[in-house]
Design a protein around this ligand. Structure first.
Ligand SMILES: Cc1cc2nc3c(=O)[nH]c(=O)nc-3n(C[C@H](O)[C@H](O)[C@H](O)COP(=O)(O)OP(=O)(O)OC[C@H]3O[C@@H](n4cnc5c(N)ncnc54)[C@H](O)[C@@H]3O)c2cc1C
Length: 425
């Protein structure tokens, strides 16, 4: 097979995984007919940007306003490669111009309050925006109080989470570059659920790949609060053993209790690190809490899976990492993108007073780099079950790679380009 065929296959493979979840309403873009309703979307990440784009593409005459506090979108997927020195932050950064060109009104601000009774949101600038339907895709914030000294350590900037891509990604990369050869990088993983189950193990591989090439004698110590690797276990174990023997040390059941300087304190052990990377316990972001949609374990927002509408606050839809997931549904960018399509289609129908799709199907593919070039994936397909009112995995669908490969590395990069275009073009 020649390189053109390879590239074409990689692109087709990756774009197939992005297939639309459910297209209930299809109207032309930029219709001159009067608006069928006002939708305010909060958060321009994987869920929010996608729902804004598809409300315009499928609804055309929906009045869509996207409120995002940052100037540009910075992707968490692929950001571990920036930490490993295989990509630059510019490679995972994209602008919002495509959404503006499509007619999405973009507001750079922060939503500080939701008044669900009056159907309006208040921005930090003081402006108020009225809505018929509100979509929240604010991602996660951290529970810092369960670990002594963690908040203070993060506040100093000496300990980083780098679990929201952006300045902390660049700062962690700099800490690794500045670290002495023969030094120790320790990272801690919280108990599941957290955003991107395989993400921490990919990060360990990326840091180890950098040490292997540039920092002889250095170590990566992975302190996992879970009893074992929670995603693509066999594939990561193989990568740790094959590529990073003597570099990565993996410790299960190693729950972080306290942080002091760059020392991670466990129940019976202290790990002194040159660079300490703490991935804190997560929950739906602050705005979801303020809006009153967080109703599961004081952490996540339960939704009606046919519409992604909150089960507690009417006319407010919640997407992505902030939601309480259906069984075996990962907190991933791909899943947020898929949920956004369910929501966009349903909101258009609701605004028109028409029935929503009663049988949506969503899917997920998550690629992880185990070396600078070689990648493994996990995939799943989730179908709505009307009896139990939730998504369930389709028997026999999905699975994991047989082995890591450079071909999957090309699929992974094509996946990223495709999904960024699907959200933002
Ligand atoms: C290191 C790492 C690697 C990952 N790799 C993958 C991968 O390979 N594949 C994959 O599918 N997923 C991956 N993920 C997971 C993926 O990043 C998340 O699941 C995804 O970002 C969730 O989308 P979201 O829309 O819920 O939140 P986000 O994408 O985080 O978007 C939330 C947005 O809301 C904005 N916001 C929050 N509150 C407010 C407010 N009050 N006002 C205005 N704006 C606000 C934020 O600034 C942010 O832009 C990875 C995550 C990490 C950390």
């Amino acid at each position: 097979m020649n390189s053109f065929q390879n590239t074409r296959r990689a692109l087709l493979g990756a774009s197939a995984t992005l297939g639309a979840a459910s297209v209930a309403g299809c109207a032309s873009i930029g219709s001159a007919s009067p608006s069928i309703g006002r939708v305010v979307v909060v958060g321009g990440g994987y869920g929010g940007a996608t729902v804004a784009r598809y409300l315009k593409r499928w609804g055309g005459n929906v009045d869509v306003t996207l409120v995002e506090r940052e100037a540009a979108f910075v992707s968490c997927p692929i950001s571990n490669l920036v930490i490993g020195g295989h990509k630059q932050i510019a490679d995972v950064t994209r602008g919002y111009e495509g959404l503006s060109a499509l007619g999405v009104k973009r507001v750079r601000d922060e939503v500080v309050a939701v008044d669900a009774a009056a159907r309006k949101v208040r921005l930090r600038s003081g402006t108020e925006l009225a809505y018929d339907r509100l979509v929240l895709s604010p991602g996660v914030d951290f529970n810092l109080n369960s670990v002594g000294g963690l908040k203070a350590a993060l506040d100093t900037g000496r300990v980083l989470h780098s679990w929201k891509a952006g300045p902390q990604t660049v700062a962690l990369r700099k800490q690794l570059v500045d670290m002495r050869s023969g030094g120790v990088f320790a990272m801690t993983i919280p108990k599941a659920p957290y955003r991107c189950p395989p993400g921490p193990y990919e990060r360990a591989c990326m840091v180890a790949s950098y040490f292997k090439a540039h920092k002889p004698g250095s170590k990566v110590i992975v302190l996992d609060a879970n009893p074992e690797i929670i995603s693509k276990k066999g594939l990561f174990e193989k990568a740790f053993g094959e590529h990073y023997k003597g570099i990565i040390e993996y410790r299960p059941n190693a729950e972080l209790k306290e942080v002091s300087g760059t020392t991670a304190k466990l129940d019976f052990d202290d790990i002194r690190a040159d660079v300490l990377n703490v991935i804190p316990e997560q929950r739906a972001a602050d705005l979801a809490v303020q809006a009153g949609v967080v109703n599961v374990n004081q952490r996540w927002a339960a939704v009606n899976w046919l519409t992604m509408e909150s089960t507690t606050v009417p006319n407010v839809h919640v997407l992505g990492d902030a939601t309480f997931p259906a069984p075996l549904m990962p907190k991933s960018g791909h899943m947020a993108n898929q949920q956004a399509k369910v929501a966009a289609a349903a909101i258009i129908q609701l605004l028109k007073g028409e029935p929503v799709n009663s049988a949506p199907v969503v899917m997920n593919t998550c690629y992880s780099f185990v070396t600078a070039t070689d990648v493994v994936h996990v995939a799943s397909v989730h179908q709505y079950d009307a009896k139990d009112k939730t998504f369930k995995t389709v028997p026999g669908s999905g699975g994991v790679s047989a082995q890591a490969s450079a071909l999957e590395g090309r699929y992974a990069l094509a996946w990223a380009d495709n999904i960024w275009a699907d959200m933002l073009a």
